[in-house]
Design a protein around this ligand. Structure first.
Ligand SMILES: C[S@@+](CC[C@H](N)C(=O)[O-])C[C@H]1O[C@@H](n2cnc3c(N)ncnc32)[C@H](O)[C@@H]1O
Length: 345
């Protein structure tokens, strides 16, 4: 009998189709059922759980932000019976040894707008947390858990699954990673670099010198300065006055094509230029002499014509002689764009 593994997948709004295309490339016979148009979908992979998960992690689809396993499904009753079913499922998971005592357990509940249920997601979390504390003798946590219980309430059904955080591609509910907005934050764009740092597991503070191309008003530059780097920022537009006079910052108020840098001057290159990807790629390629061998590059790529896979090919054709791709991912904070994590050869 063929095994089937079921997940709920989430992408950024408008990109579910691309995530599905990528999954279909790994497992051509996968079946898809849309839950939230262009964003959330159920998918059934015709393979066992381990094989499915290994493939999804090793060939991680660019547009798949988050997955949660589906271990059990119920028709929605829109009464407290839905919560009772979930409580019983958790007790059974404990009895079966799938979840044990002394662990950190996060419960993430997502509910579609159309679900129209009389209870709030928080009520479900509170009910399961009571069992986690009282019956399982484990600790309910929000982040840094050993296990995640993922509950999804669609218009017609309740889905639940149990997983390790790394197996969800993101340990944030639905992959919607949130950062606190600082009072004096220079730009929202800063969140993109913060997310790249987390998602790609990069420690910017081990770098010493960074080049920021398309830097204004300076959100990315400010993060790199906070991490202790010396930063060279290039942008014809003005940097935030808050950054001016910083002894670790050198600003070229110029087009990136008009700047002369030193060979191997930087160990990190970042670029967040909202520009045609091919032109941006050529500008970056022309400045790559300034990045040391082994240096890291983080580059945002604009999706101008909604042909993401062609755009990836085009930009890599320009960059790949000098840079090799570690990961391409559409981050939660990317809108009509995606982020490349590369390394200088
Ligand atoms: C999205 S903004 C960058 C935001 C920045 N990362 C932040 O955190 O504040 C894009 C920037 O790219 C700059 N840009 C566009 N073309 C450029 C070029 N040829 N050379 C340098 N900068 C350029 C624009 O002036 C704009 O300030």
């Amino acid at each position: 009998m063929t095994q089937t593994t079921t997940y709920i997948g989430t992408s950024n709004h408008g990109f579910a189709q691309y995530a599905q295309d990528e999954i279909r490339k790994i497992f051509p016979m996968t079946k898809f059922y849309l839950l939230v148009p262009t964003e959330v979908f159920l998918f059934e992979i015709p393979a066992g759980a381990e094989e499915s998960l290994t493939a999804l992690k090793e060939q991680e689809p660019m547009f798949l932000r988050h997955v949660q396993p589906v271990d059990q499904v119920w028709e929605l009753s829109r009464t407290d019976a839905d919560i009772e079913n979930l409580k019983e499922w958790l007790r059974e998971a404990y009895r079966a040894g799938l979840i044990g005592s002394g662990q950190k357990i996060a419960t993430q509940v997502r509910k579609e707008e159309r679900a129209n249920v009389p209870y709030a997601p928080f009520t479900i979390k509170a009910a399961l947390d009571d069992i986690i504390v009282g019956e399982i003798q484990s600790e309910p946590v929000v982040r840094y858990s050993d296990f995640i219980i993922s509950v999804y309430i669609s218009a017609a059904k309740v889905f639940v699954g149990l997983s390790k955080p790394a197996d969800n591609l993101s340990d944030w509910s639905g992959g919607a990673i949130r950062f606190m907005k600082e009072e004096d934050q220079i730009s929202r764009a800063k969140f993109k670099l913060l997310e790249a740092e987390q998602r790609f597991g990069i420690d910017f503070s081990v770098a010493r010198t960074a080049l920021d191309i398309g830097a204004a008003p300076g959100g990315w530059t400010s993060l790199l300065l906070e991490r202790g780097l010396r930063v060279t920022a290039i942008d014809p537009a003005a940097m935030s006055p808050r950054l001016l006079g910083n002894p670790n910052l050198k600003i070229y108020k110029k087009n990136a094509g008009d700047v002369k840098l030193k060979d191997n001057e930087f160990d990190l290159l970042v670029c967040d230029m909202s520009w045609d990807p091919r032109q941006m790629g050529r500008l970056v390629a022309d400045l790559l002499y300034s990045l040391q061998s082994g240096g890291t590059a983080i580059i945002t790529v604009k999706l101008m014509h909604k042909k993401p896979f062609q755009t990836v090919k085009d930009i890599l054709r320009i960059l790949e002689p000098s840079l090799f791709l570690i990961k391409a991912k559409q981050l939660f904070h990317n809108r009509e764009e995606f982020t490349l994590y590369l390394q200088k050869t």
